[in-house]
Write a protein that binds this ligand. Structure first.
Ligand code: UDP
Ligand code: MG
Length: 342
C-alpha cells in the first residue's frame, strides 16, 4: 500500500536557486489631469524606455478640462498597448491612480506621474531588482529640480512628521513612483479604504522592498495640479490613515493640564488664601479660559477629522466613476463595477 513514506524525497530547497523572474506583461500606470502638453512626449518616452519589454500603458484621464482626452484617444487608436480609462469627472490623484491599478493586467505594475518628473528610464533598473526577487521597488528622490522652496520645505516637514507618527516605515522622499509585483498589488487592491495614501499602503503590505535612487526632473510642461489646500488634505489623509497619535495627543494634553491644575494651581491658591495674599486676577482667568477653550476646540477638531473620514468610509461610495474605456474590455472587473453589480 502506498503511504506518505513511499514518496520520493523532495530535493532540499537550497539545491536549485530560484530562476530569475521574467516579465510576461508589465503595466505602467499613470494618472493625467490637464496634461495636454506632456501626454504625447510621456507616451513616447515610456515606449522607447521599454522597447525590450512587453508592456501596456494604462492612462487614467482624470476629468481634464483641456485637450488631454482627445490626445489620449488619438494615442490609443494608434497603439493598442495604450489603454485609457476616462473618468466621469476629476476625482483626484490617488483615486485616479487606483483606477489605473484596477485596470492593469500585468504581473508587474509600475505607478508613475505623467508629468515626466519621474523618468520612465528608471523602470529598467526597478525591473532588474524585481527579477532578483524584490516585490516592491520604490524610487527615492535625491534631488528635486524645478520645485519651489515652499514645496520642498513642506514636503520635508511632511515626511518627518509622518515618519514620527505613523506606524509604517515610509522612506523619506519616496513618492508614488514605484514598481509592484502582482501579489502585493492584489493585497493593495483588496484594501477597501477611500482615503487612500497609496505610497503608505504599498509599504504596509510588506513583502521584500528595496529602493532605487534618482534625481527628480522638473515638470516637462504645465503646472502642478496640487494646490496648497489639496496638499494639506493629502497630508491629513496620510497621517489619519496610518496613525492615531493625534487622537492620543488630546488625551495627553488633558492629563498635562489637569495635572498642572491639581498639583500647581490648586495648592498655590490654598497657600495664597491662608497667607492672605489674595490678588484679584481677572486677566489671568481670561488667559486660562482662552487657552483651555483653544485647546478644547483644537482637540475636538482633530476628532472631527477622524469622524469625517469614518463617515466617508461608511458611505461606501465608489472611489471613481468610469465614463469610458479605450482598448479595454467594457466592464473591467474593477472594485467599482463589482460593487455596482451587487
Ligand atoms: N493628477 C491627477 N488628478 C489630480 C491631480 C493630479 O490625475 O487631480 C496627476 C497629474 O496629472 C500628474 C500626477 O497626478 O500626472 C501628479 O500631479 P502633479 O505633478 O500636479 O503633482 P506634484 O508632482 O506637483 O506633487
Ligand atoms: Mg508633478
Amino acid at each position: 500500500m502506498a503511504g506518505p513514506h513511499d514518496l520520493a524525497p523532495m530535493p532540499p530547497a537550497d539545491v536549485a536557486p530560484m530562476p530569475a523572474r521574467e516579465v510576461a506583461l508589465l503595466s505602467v500606470v499613470a494618472p493625467m489631469y490637464n496634461e495636454q502638453a506632456t501626454a504625447v512626449v510621456f507616451y513616447e518616452r515610456v515606449a522607447s524606455a521599454l522597447a525590450e519589454v512587453p508592456f501596456e500603458l494604462v492612462l487614467v484621464e482624470d476629468g481634464s478640462t483641456d485637450d488631454t482626452r482627445a490626445i489620449l484617444t488619438r494615442i490609443a487608436q494608434a497603439d493598442t498597448r495604450v489603454k485609457v480609462v476616462l473618468l466621469s469627472r476629476n476625482f483626484g490623484h490617488q483615486p485616479a491612480l487606483t483606477a489605473g491599478l484596477e485596470h492593469a493586467r500585468g504581473d508587474v505594475v509600475v505607478m508613475i506621474d505623467a508629468d515626466l518628473q519621474d523618468p520612465p528610464e528608471l523602470i529598467a533598473q526597478m525591473l532588474e531588482q524585481w527579477r532578483g526577487g524584490v516585490d516592491v521597488v520604490y524610487a527615492v528622490r535625491d534631488l528635486r529640480a524645478g520645485e519651489t522652496r515652499a514645496k520642498l520645505w513642506t514636503a520635508h516637514l511632511f515626511y518627518k512628521l509622518f515618519r514620527r507618527m505613523a506606524n509604517i516605515d515610509l522612506a523619506a522622499q519616496s513618492g508614488d513612483f514605484r514598481l509592484m509585483d502582482r501579489r502585493p498589488l492584489d493585497v493593495l487592491l483588496a484594501m477597501p479604504e477611500r482615503n487612500r495614501f497609496l505610497r503608505g499602503m504599498t509599504v504596509w503590505v510588506g513583502y521584500t522592498q528595496s529602493a532605487v535612487r534618482y534625481e527628480r526632473d522638473p515638470r516637462y510642461a504645465g503646472v502642478t495640479k496640487y494646490t496648497p489646500a489639496k496638499m494639506l488634505r493629502f497630508s491629513f489623509d496620510a497621517i489619519t490613515s496610518f496613525s492615531q497619535l493625534p487622537l492620543q495627543l488630546a488625551t495627553l494634553l488633558g492629563f498635562l493640564i489637569a495635572g498642572f491644575a491639581l498639583f500647581v494651581a490648586i495648592p498655590l491658591t490654598v497657600v495664597a488664601r491662608y497667607t492672605n495674599q489674595f490678588v484679584p486676577g481677572i486677566s489671568s482667568t481670561i488667559v486660562v479660559l482662552l487657552l483651555l477653550g483653544g485647546i478644547q476646540l483644537i482637540t475636538v477638531g482633530i476628532i472631527g477629522e477622524y469622524v469625517g473620514r469614518i463617515y466617508d468610509e461608511v458611505k461606501r461610495r465608489p472611489l471613481y466613476v468610469v465614463a469610458d474605456r479605450l482598448n479595454l474590455p467594457d466592464a473591467g472587473p474593477s472594485t467599482m463595477d463589482r460593487r455596482l453589480g451587487d
